[in-house]
Design a protein around this ligand. Sequence first.
Ligand code: FES
Length: 128
Amino acid sequence: MTATSDAPAAESTKPAKPPTSVTVLPHPELCPVGVSFEARTGQKLVDALLANGVAIEHACEKVCACATCHVHIREGLAGLPAADEDEEDQLDDAWGLDAQSRLSCCVKLNGTRLVVELPKYSKNHARE
Ligand code: FES
């Protein structure tokens, strides 16, 4: 006798989440005229930025260990989960820290429209 499965196809019928709208304010080097794009919900903000031509630094390869991917979330911050302890610890080293600071490798897009400002400088220990 041959075993067969009557289980439905896993996960393939889940409806796709709507994309997340992201606006990046102008930055003299990384994004001179600013940019707006739709990104996949669930994607890390840093990956969405890189995929849309914003060459933000990510010295630790996006594992919350360097703070070079620091951004300011100028709109939409309240719609994001709060930073965890690891992110808060890394943010202490970020240049230009303020109350809207986040690490873009720690922010997962969740459908909340975001307006992002890139800090003028980043803290890159590899360059010091
Ligand atoms: S890339 Fe290093 S903390 Fe985000």
